[in-house]
Design a protein around this ligand. Structure first.
Ligand code: NDP
Length: 433
């Protein structure tokens, strides 16, 4: 905290890990002796750069670009790019740190990284977004590569942005390689990549529910966010017979008392991915209740899937959810629950999965996209979905193996220890580097 005083999100992510890891570390002195944890909290490399671009009025704009290369112990750096005004070094360090554990949990050979910019794609024209992406990649390209660092999307970086970034990389590097994942299907993408994080989150929740002989059928499911993760989480919940009662964006929440239906889902996909509109418009279009400026956590639900952003669910929200009978929380977003909220969920003994376990499906399928690119092959959607499903089941199994506590499963502890062990063993084997 003294070394990086202005990085509260990073401190929060590290604290969450250290709290559950510390008793384990004390029983494993070889990790302590080799200062594994001290090394893991320090990025191997962090790059910060200027991103100048020209807007549609001919005005020169300047943003800040970053890439945090946290750990390459078990594979090339891997993790998304976020374009959002709230992006700074501390936020990206928290995301990169989480990514190291998450990637390890997938069992695929991927290290951890994260990057992005304080650029806000909202309200920008396609041409402005393209010029920004080209400028961003003009610096980033020398730091990434198919065997070095493979970025993907995150908040504000979807298919459109990945396309522009990939085009500029190819032009500069003069090579067609798997330097980004989340690519379009016509140039090296994988089927099921757009769906992967949302589907994976629901698959993970399904495994948790099974431990209590429960399922999604007939359950009221509150979802926050309405972007990539929220959209496909909602679709999978509907498929499994659950009732999606909410979606949200930074403006507010739409309440769907009867449960999201197919027509509303199709409208949402067009609204958010094509027209880039606000969730308020969906409420108006279907005559649904719109809760301006509110998050969905005071709605009565059985299951909550926070799929928007960090710290979107605090202690008061957690108390309300518990009071209203919510018994399962699976995080689609990264660190959406504050430390206090996590403590309340764990103390209450409900099924609670931290994002590093339950949202690992996205990066897992990114790993599968890299494999397909290396082999010059394309797997069918059924093949990729089956692999995703089995990876999520394996992550659940790993959490159960390491997270058993007084007859219950502490998924925070399980995910942190299982994710840590693989990286730590690789670091021990590779010496002090
Ligand atoms: P998108 O940009 O597609 O959607 C983000 C959604 O969250 C939007 O509805 C957005 O609303 C809302 N949101 C973002 N910031 C805020 C904020 N400060 N306050 C309230 N609402 C906010 O991003 P993704 O769906 O890809 O990502 C969502 C979360 O999932 C992030 O935490 C991300 O790190 C995580 N994640 C994503 C993966 C992926 O494969 N995409 C993989 C693993 C984790 P608005 O449009 O109004 O800003």
């Amino acid at each position: 905290k003294q070394r990086d005083p202005n990085q509260p999100e990073f401190h929060q992510a590290v604290e969450e890990v250290v709290r559950s890891l510390w008793p384990f570390l004390q029983s494993e002195p070889r990790y302590l002796k080799a200062a594994i944890l001290e090394r893991m909290v320090e990025p191997e490399r962090a790059i910060l750069f200027r991103v100048p671009w020209v807007d549609d009025q001919g005005v020169v704009r300047v943003n800040r670009g970053y890439r945090v290369q946290m750990s390459s112990a078990i594979g090339p750096y891997k993790g998304g790019l976020r374009f959002h005004p709230s992006v700074n070094l501390g936020v990206l360090k928290f995301l990169a740190f989480e990514q190291v554990f998450k990637n390890s949990l997938t069992s695929l050979p991927m290290g951890g990284g994260k990057g992005g910019s304080d650029f806000d794609p909202k309200g920008k024209s396609d041409n402005e977004v393209m010029r920004f992406c080209q400028s961003f990649m003009t610096e980033l390209y020398r730091h990434v590569g198919a065997n070095l660092d493979v970025p993907a999307g995150d908040i504000g970086v979807g298919g459109r942005e990945i396309g522009f970034l990939f085009g500029q990389y190819k032009r500069l590097a003069n090579e067609f390689t798997s330097v980004l994942t989340g690519k379009g299907m016509s140039y090296g993408g994988s089927l099921i990549r757009p769906e992967a994080t949302g589907y994976g989150c629901v698959y993970f929740a399904q495994e948790m529910l099974k431990t209590r002989h429960e399922g999604f059928d007939g359950k009221r499911v509150a979802i926050s966010g309405s972007g990539n993760v929220a959209q496909y989480a909602a679709q999978k919940v509907m498929e499994l017979g659950g009732k999606v009662i909410s979606l949200s964006d930074s403006g507010g929440t739409v309440l769907i008392e009867a449960g999201l239906n197919k027509e509303q889902f199709d409208y949402l996909m067009d609204l958010k991915n094509v027209r880039r509109g606000r969730i308020e418009e969906m409420a108006a279009h279907f005559g649904l209740q719109y809760l301006e400026g509110q998050r969905p956590w005071n709605l009565v639900c059985d299951i909550a899937l926070p799929c928007a952003t960090q710290n979107e669910l605090d202690a008061d929200d957690a108390r309300t959810l518990l009071k209203n009978g919510c018994f399962c929380v699976a995080e689609g977003a990264n660190m959406p629950s504050t430390l206090e909220a996590v403590d309340l969920f764990v103390e209450a003994g409900i099924l609670y999965a931290p994002g590093k376990a339950s949202n690992a499906g996205g990066v897992a399928v990114s790993g599968l996209e890299m494999s397909q690119n290396s082999m010059r092959l394309l797997w069918t959607d059924g093949e990729v979905d089956a692999k995703l499903h089995s990876i999520m089941q394996n992550i659940h199994h790993a959490c159960v193996s390491y997270g058993e506590e007084n007859g219950r499963i502490n998924y925070v502890k399980g995910a942190n220890i299982a994710g840590f062990v693989k990286v730590a063993d690789a670091m021990l084997a590779q010496g002090v580097v």
